[in-house]
Design a protein around this ligand. Structure first.
Ligand code: PXL
Length: 277
């Protein structure tokens, strides 16, 4: 294959979700479905099913750093994506590596808890994300709950200042752009809002789907990373990735007794014209 026909390469730092719903597996499927080649650096292992997370084992930070360094000395990456990190030490290791590649876009999905509410990040990890990774982030993709947790000063019991103000603070803390997803807001449609240094850049409203999904945030953040790696500008990357994610959710399936999983390869299972659905 000629070198200029290489698929764009995206390095993800994420935790294994053996259910294939969220985490590293969601990232690998999404990036592959969108024409990229994923490099997968494991930050933690989890024990979980489609309902929730039972246990987490963080990988040693030296192992996280070694997995990434070996690949980065061998290949050129077009984007980084960071999901669940596992420990404060892992955040420090990832931040140090990414600081050596200031021109490569970084999508940071701040995974703080599972869909069921299992805690996946401690307060120390939230502080470390804010201090070490936010200043290097091209696009932060919190849901509205994560945006409030990252932006609010919990020490002085502040009232909710609204999502636009949370975004303003997160940009102030160093993120170039912030996409706050609105699934958890009590609105008829799901409204996802992209903010930059001058405030709102775009807002997209989507029909609210009836199911409860495992891995929608990972899918969206990876789809954006794929689009950035494919050369799209941020607003277009965000819009197109929402469209892809919405279709993956609409085609979601329920393999167990818990949540629905997105079908990141919905296009491969669509009937051909003339074929019965
Ligand atoms: O959806 C966030 C997420 C990311 N990564 C892993 C997870 C989860 C949610 O459960 O388990 C490994």
């Amino acid at each position: 294959m000629p070198q200029d026909l290489l698929p764009p390469i995206v390095m993800v730092f994420a935790a294994s979700d053996p259910s294939g719903g969220a985490g590293l597996q969601a990232d690998i499927m999404t990036l592959s479905s969108m024409g990229c080649h994923p490099l997968s650096v494991v930050t933690a292992l989890t024990v979980q099913d489609s309902a929730g997370v039972e246990d987490v084992l963080a990988i040693d930070a030296d192992w996280v750093a070694d997995q990434a360094r070996a690949l980065l000395e061998d290949m050129s990456v077009s984007a980084f994506k960071v999901g669940m990190v596992g420990s404060v030490e892992n955040i420090a290791a990832i931040a140090e590596i990414i600081s050596d590649y200031p021109d490569i876009p970084l999508v940071l999905d701040p995974v703080l808890s599972s869909g069921r509410g299992d805690e996946l990040a401690s307060e120390d990890m939230i502080s470390a994300l804010r201090e070490l990774l936010l200043p290097q982030t091209t696009l932060l993709t919190p849901n509205s709950i994560e945006a409030r947790r990252l932006a609010l000063d919990e020490s002085n019991d502040e009232d909710d200042p609204g999502l636009a103000e949370c975004a303003r603070r997160l940009v102030g803390a160093g993120a170039e752009y912030v996409l706050i997803t609105g699934t958890h807001e009590h609105t008829p449609q799901v409204v996802n809002s992209l903010y930059g240094e001058n405030g709102l850049v775009r807002a997209d409203a989507w029909e609210r789907l009836p199911g409860s999904y495992h891995g929608s945030g990972c899918t969206l953040a990876s789809a954006i990373a794929a689009n950035l790696a494919n050369g799209l500008e941020i607003a277009e990357a965000v819009r197109d990735a929402q469209d892809y994610t919405w279709q993956a959710l609409e085609n979601g399936f329920r393999p167990g007794m818990g949540q629905y999983l997105p079908d990141r390869f919905f296009w491969a299972r669509e009937p051909e014209p003339g074929e019965d659905a």
